[in-house]
Design a protein around this ligand. Sequence first.
Ligand code: HEM
Ligand SMILES: CC(C)=CCC/C(C)=C/CC/C(C)=C/COP(=O)(O)OP(=O)(O)O
Length: 323
Amino acid sequence: MTDMRAEISGQGGTGDAGFNDYVQLLKPRVMSLVVFTAMVGLFVAPVPLHPIEALAAIIFIALGAGASGALNMWWDADIDRVMRRTAKRPVPSGAVEPGEALGLGLALSGLSVVMLGLATNLLAAGLLAFTIFFYAVVYTMWLKRSTPQNIVIGGAAGAFPPMIGWVAATGHVGLEAVLMFALIFMWTPPHFWAMALFINSDYEKAKVPMLTVTHGRKSTRTHILVYTILLAPVALGAAFTAIGGPIYFAVSLVLNALFLLGAVRIWRRREEVAEADSYAVEKRFFALSLAYLFLHFAAFLVEATPWANALSTTLGWESLTWR
Ligand code: HEM
Ligand SMILES: CC(C)=CCC/C(C)=C/CC/C(C)=C/COP(=O)(O)OP(=O)(O)O
């Protein structure tokens, strides 16, 4: 099977991979934010884990996330080879054999799920297994090449990590875990489509039916605005739950105002103008999307500290909170 995929994608691999090639296989940059959201889900949960258990849970969720990245790179080697942004990745560049990427992805998936189950609970392990399956099989092998809604549905995979963290600590799914899921789920389309606006030619070349390819940039701009509008009440609503508070609310208000302004600017942009300035506004919006998610989750973390609790009590925030 592996050899067959290697043949299909026309690559054998030299096999002379260094340690860094294996690290790159785990998509460390993207997964760093994924793991941060999982860590926040774990720390803001109402049941504190023993520090050793918490550290183990974060390590195994990170391993699982990396494993899903390796499986994605194994399956996508043929299109990654065609796209400028991804051509130097370890499998398409030939540094890592396709079979090695598959083997590492499967081994780390199994290891991370079993170890998370042993370190925390079965539900957390089951959710991790489902998330790996959703990203590697449902998104990568099925949706990515078949529908422009690929990242809307597939985005669920990236939304599960804080829920896994929460469940690792509590053993069950709570309202707050669902809200953290919803926040990432609604954030993913503007995050991804902003980037698709300025790397559309890559997807066109690789024949991946991203929204920019199938419906054009104008429609994608409208989609970004719609999802950014829908995202705001989800993000702000979390302020009035047990994981929110006045600091989170203030941070979220500013971030949503900036994100909405950015989305409106993107929506109003004429294509000739965007092309003339090399998609500078779209690139800034993509960078803002990363700060948006990071700062929302950092604010959840701040709200879990004793002095933030004291501030909430002083302001009477509890009376506004849905518990
Ligand atoms: C289906 C969902 C998603 C898609 C299709 C998507 C797609 C992408 C792509 C194609 C890139 C450029 C990556 C590169 O060239 O290395 C990127 C960057 C990034 N994404 Fe996403 N993303 C998704 C969800 C997420 C989630 C859930 C997170 C974190 C919670 C995330 C965090 C990041 C980060 C941190 C970067 C910047 C990486 C860097 O600086 O190299 N993404 N995303
Ligand atoms: C715990 C766990 C298993 C977490 C997984 C989290 C997850 C699904 C993150 C997805 C983020 C991501 C790298 C999308 C890239 O899509 P792409 O593959 O289309 O991007 P590419 O073109 O850069 O390969």
